[in-house]
Ligand binder design. Structure first.
Ligand code: HEC
Ligand code: HEC
Length: 511
């Protein structure tokens, strides 16, 4: 009987319910399938993570940043490329931060002054044997970080954070009254000369470093203030700067245009503060955040591969959840907590004069003198990281895979370190002992329960997936010559002092 039957099997009343239930169950079974996540399920999980971690995909939101076409940024570009800011006129900012080289120099460790060929950047750039303090390798002890997205840092610049905001709202220095600390003042104190933001503050320092730009002749024996005074007078063509005046000098017209002050005098316009302001405008216009990952976060499921999605899940998931928890430190849309951690990446190069042999680099400890900060370095952003190798504070990782594996097991990374991957000119005499010291520190911090990189074992497939994810963090503009050319002076751009770097690579090809 019809009613009886229906009481026995309610589905017989509503055949469509039975069918839908079957479909739902089938989908559920597929989703719980043992070998791997179903695609749509993976997207759901990732979107859950994105929401939980408050990601928007765009770390540049709500920041008023200059455009490369702004007159001040254009002036900054010319300054950035000019050797006139080098004490002995042989190095420019761009010597170590070229837009076509990922905003860095593509070297493990940079060569600034006394290069064999001043305009040759990247692999093949060598230090003159006659150069001061020549020891066969680079004289600069740390890897040159990218200038890309530099304006997105809120708290600290440099690997050891020695330029840092003391306030909560670093983009509004003065409003909170807390200001910026730089190496010109004691730790924790405000440098009243720092300028408006971290990028300006940072630009005051490369010119004062003998190895980066100052060199050992014209400005030898001068302090930071004197170097800056000499440079403003040199470019402004006033006073009596050490080393004399420039052979050719059209900077006044450039500063008038850059600062929209057609009647300004050299003394008014060509100040060191204005030099760094213009350079900072140029650097801050280098915003490269339009990544496939951003498109994915904004809702395009097809923007990244399934491998990258699995890598993303590993990257963001906690270790309890089977993840690698990379986002504990590489957090947020800019992929950094702007804090300092001991990872024990290879300590190559001549070091910062620390430790028993003087070839170590104590990192953040150099600023804080806090034992737990020994060998701690700032968490780098991972945006565009595929184009900023070699990696690590001393460029000791020649591949991204090596950089990741060093996090997982620094001892194995040291024990199996492949020196042949490193540029043969890099100093490595104390590398093993120095890196071991950092590993020992990491272990001591772990034993003391200090937050640090946990020991982690990942399969080769998982490492490949992490790499696939990291690949999605690069803005296509940075590998596109036409797109990047906006940040390189063109042949029709005036060269105010004839001292522009026209960069070539090791094969003589123009960058
Ligand atoms: C000889 C190579 C060299 C030259 C020349 C040079 N830099 Fe650098 N730059 C470096 C290195 C190395 C570091 C990292 C130093 C450290 O952390 O101790 C750095 C750091 C920076 C940073 C901070 C990046 C970050 O993520 O914290 C900025 C910005 C920067 N340089 C801009 C400039 C500007 C502007 C000039 C010119 C006035 C310049 N650099 C000249 C090598 C160079
Ligand atoms: C405990 C904090 C922490 C965690 C967790 C962490 N990192 Fe890092 N990462 C760092 C620090 C600090 C550095 C820089 C070390 C140095 O310069 O010596 C770094 C460097 C890197 C670099 C090289 C970047 C460059 O510009 O040189 C990559 C790539 C990287 N991390 C990826 C990862 C991945 C993938 C994971 C997850 C498996 C991860 N990190 C987990 C703190 C962390």
């Amino acid at each position: 009987m019809y009613t009886e039957q229906s009481l026995n099997t309610p589905f017989d009343y509503f055949p469509f319910v039975k069918r839908s239930l079957f479909i739902i169950l089938t989908v559920l079974f597929a989703a719980c399938g043992s070998d791997n996540d179903d695609e749509s399920n993976l997207d759901d999980e990732l979107r859950g993570i994105i929401t939980a971690q408050n990601l928007t995909g765009d770390p540049s939101t709500d920041r008023a940043l200059p455009d490369i076409e702004d007159p001040k940024a254009q002036l900054g570009m010319k300054l950035f490329f000019s050797k006139s800011l080098g004490g002995d006129l042989d190095a420019a900012c761009v010597s170590c931060h070229h837009p076509m080289l990922g905003g860095g120099d593509a070297l493990a460790l940079p060569i600034g002054v006394d290069a064999e060929v001043e305009d040759l950047l990247g692999p093949g750039r060598l230090h003159k044997t006659s150069g001061e303090h020549f020891d066969g390798g680079p004289t600069v002890p740390r890897n040159s970080p990218t200038t890309f997205n530099i304006a997105l840092w809120d708290s600290v610049l440099f690997h050891d954070g020695r330029v840092e905001s003391l306030g909560k709202t670093p983009k509004m220095i003065g409003n909170d009254g807390l200001g910026i600390r730089t190496p010109d003042v004691a730790f924790g104190e405000v440098d009243t000369q720092a300028g408006q933001d971290l990028v300006e503050a940072q630009a005051r320092f490369p010119v004062t470093s003998n190895e980066e730009m100052k060199n050992f002749s014209n400005f030898e024996g001068t302090d930071n203030t004197q170097v800056r005074q000499n440079l403003q007078q040199r470019l402004g063509n006033y006073g009596a700067p050490l080393g004399g005046s420039l052979a050719m000098n059209h900077w006044l017209a450039e500063f008038r245009a850059g600062f929209s002050a057609p009647d300004g005098t050299a003394e008014e316009l060509i100040t060191f503060g204005n030099i760094t302001q213009a350079i900072a405008a140029y650097e801050s216009s280098q915003v490269f955040v339009d990544t496939p990952w951003k498109a994915y976060v904004e809702g395009d499921d097809a923007a990244i591969s399934d491998d990258a999605k699995r890598g993303a899940k590993l990257f963001f998931d906690s270790t309890d959840n089977g993840g690698a928890n990379c986002s504990a430190c590489h957090s947020g849309d800019f992929f950094t907590d702007e804090k300092f951690h001991v990872i024990a990446m290879a300590q190559v190069g001549r070091g910062k004069g620390d430790g028993e042999h003087g070839t170590e680099d104590f990192g953040r400890y150099r600023e804080t003198h806090d034992e737990t900060d020994k060998y701690a370095f700032r968490t780098p952003s991972l945006l565009n990281v595929t184009v900023t190798g070699p990696w690590g504070h001393a460029g000791g990782s020649s591949t991204l895979e090596q950089a990741i594996r060093t996090h997982l097991d620094p001892q194995a990374a040291l024990d199996h370190y492949d020196f042949s991957e490193l540029d043969p000119s890099i100093q490595t005499t104390d590398m093993v002992i120095n890196t071991q010291n950092a590993i020992d520190k990491l272990q001591a911090n772990r034993a003391a329960g200090m937050a640090s990189m946990p020991e982690l074992s990942l399969t080769d497939t998982q490492v490949t997936e992490l790499l696939a994810f990291i690949d999605t963090l690069t803005d296509p503009c940075v590998t596109d010559l036409a797109c990047m050319s906006q940040w390189v002076p063109s042949a029709d751009d005036s060269d105010p002092d004839g001292l522009r770097i026209h960069a070539i690579d090791g094969n003589g090809k123009h960058l």
